[in-house]
Design a protein around this ligand. Structure first.
Ligand SMILES: [Zn+2]
Length: 111
């Protein structure tokens, strides 16, 4: 007869959750571009944008928000306000310059 002792369930740590937490932590009280975030927590810029997308969605119901400062063209000052995607645009639609200021992200608390 065998008695089953309390089974230890080892749940592998979700790397994604950890990274997301690190990103959120980095953006609390600081306005950073995806590039700066990627430098801080050593994930690729692309990955940062993916997480930011999720962070933006998951924060839409609580008291915190992902604040986005839109990208801006360095050459003519065009602001990419209506951009749906968070990712940095490749080229200015007005002057076609590729010198674009990165959008900035921060996590803010609303009252
Ligand atoms: Zn421009």
């Amino acid at each position: 007869m065998t008695t089953k002792k309390s089974r230890k369930e080892t749940i592998p740590p979700e790397r994604h959750d950890t990274v997301r937490h690190d990103i959120m932590h980095a953006l609390e009280g600081a306005e950073l571009s995806a590039k700066e975030v990627s430098g801080k927590i050593s994930v690729s810029e692309k990955e940062v944008y993916e997480h930011l997308d999720h962070i933006q969605k998951s924060l839409s119901e609580g008291k915190r928000r992902l604040k986005v400062t839109p990208a801006e063209c360095v050459s003519c000052g065009f602001v990419f306000k209506k951009r749906e995607r968070l990712k940095k645009p490749g080229r200015c639609p007005v002057c076609r310059s590729e010198h674009i200021h990165d959008p900035l992200f921060a996590i803010i608390t609303i009252e």
